[in-house]
Design a protein around this ligand. Structure first.
Ligand code: SF4
Ligand code: SF4
Length: 317
């Protein structure tokens, strides 16, 4: 039993189980136009892994069978998958709500000119990475020029109604610039709103704070700086049992680019497929076997339960 399982057993007397399948998260590929130092999936322009249409057809079938509230498309940069638009149109035709996790800068890449209008017309909700309102902090995490391009992309999205119209939400994502926990989400959201409006006249819907997971490139950087053990200890000692109810793995399943099923995107980064008897590939998707599955956990899970908690939807408490 790993330390997280022991902690869960103390808090609830049993292992971690899912509660529902409200969200189907789909990772459509690991290719990204960026190469961020904190990326838990180690996505980059060199990655070739990409979900094929025949796997997407199985996703459509699964989404239909489970009647989930939301299909959450992620990557890499999901917009780079050649079947990205086709998948969204098909999901929307099935009456499903769709959310896309965008890195913003991809919207300025070649052949993306009409993407904001397409997303608006399909009523897709957006979650966009914007780890700080200050240029130097974004540059340190995501590279030179990313801040300017991100601002340009937000302006473009504001221009078609994102962040303005209630049906077109544009949520920004903050993550810490190093091995520390995010500050309180509501106060930081106010700072973002004030600073981004004053500096650029741009608007967004909500700010989501996300803890850096000790995985992928972020973990390698921790190791390089000899900070790995200190960070893991910080996450462990910040365990908050109030976060357990909302953990995203308890309300979703993640489909990897090759159709493998994971409890979450972080387990996907580690190659830890769904287990404990539940189907582990979209080919065998059966909602009733996944609804109350036992979740595969590890030490990295302390990243979701530290402080106010962390999930793809921001703080948990
Ligand atoms: S963190 Fe996001 S934008 Fe950065 S490399 Fe990873 S997938 Fe791409
Ligand atoms: S890392 Fe994944 S499995 Fe672990 S607690 Fe977080 S969401 Fe759940």
């Amino acid at each position: 039993m790993n330390n997280f399982e022991k902690q869960i057993a103390e808090a609830s007397g049993e292992g971690l189980h899912s509660l529902n399948l409200g969200t189907l998260q789909v990772n459509v590929g690991l290719q990204c136009n960026q190469h961020c130092y904190h990326c838990h999936l180690e996505a980059s322009p060199q990655r070739k892994e990409m979900m094929e249409w025949r796997t997407m057809e199985l996703v459509l079938e699964a989404a239909r069978s489970v009647r989930c509230q939301l299909v959450d498309l992620t990557g890499g940069a999901p917009e780079l998958n050649p079947s990205f638009r086709r998948l969204i149109v098909a999901l929307r035709q099935q009456g499903l709500f769709v959310q896309v996790r965008t890195n913003l800068t991809v919207l300025l890449e070649p052949n993306m000119d009409t993407m904001p209008e397409f997303l608006r017309d399909q009523q897709v909700q957006l979650v966009a990475s914007m780890p700080c309102y200050l240029e130097e902090n974004v540059r340190a995490q995501r590279g030179t020029g990313v801040y300017e391009k991100s601002i340009q992309a937000i302006k473009r999205l504001n221009g078609v109604g994102y962040g303005y119209e209630s049906s077109l939400s544009l949520n920004l994502v903050y993550n810490p610039g190093g091995p520390f926990l995010p500050p309180p989400q509501p106060a930081l959201e106010e700072d973002y709103r004030h600073e981004l409006d004053n500096r650029f006249g741009i608007r967004f819907t909500r700010l989501l704070t996300i803890t850096n997971m000790p995985l992928g490139r972020f973990r390698k950087e921790l190791t390089r700086q000899n900070q790995e053990e200190n960070y893991l200890e910080l996450l462990r000692k910040s365990f908050n049992p109030l976060t357990l109810q909302g953990l995203m793995c308890r309300h979703q399943v993640t489909v990897g680019w090759d159709g493998t099923l994971y409890d979450c995107d972080f387990n996907a980064a580690l190659g830890l497929a769904v287990n404990h008897g539940a189907p582990d590939h979209i080919r065998f998707f059966k909602a009733e076997d996944l609804w109350t599955r036992r979740i595969v956990t590890g030490e990295h899970c302390f990243g979701c339960t530290a402080g106010s908690g962390s999930s793809c939807g921001g703080a948990l408490v």
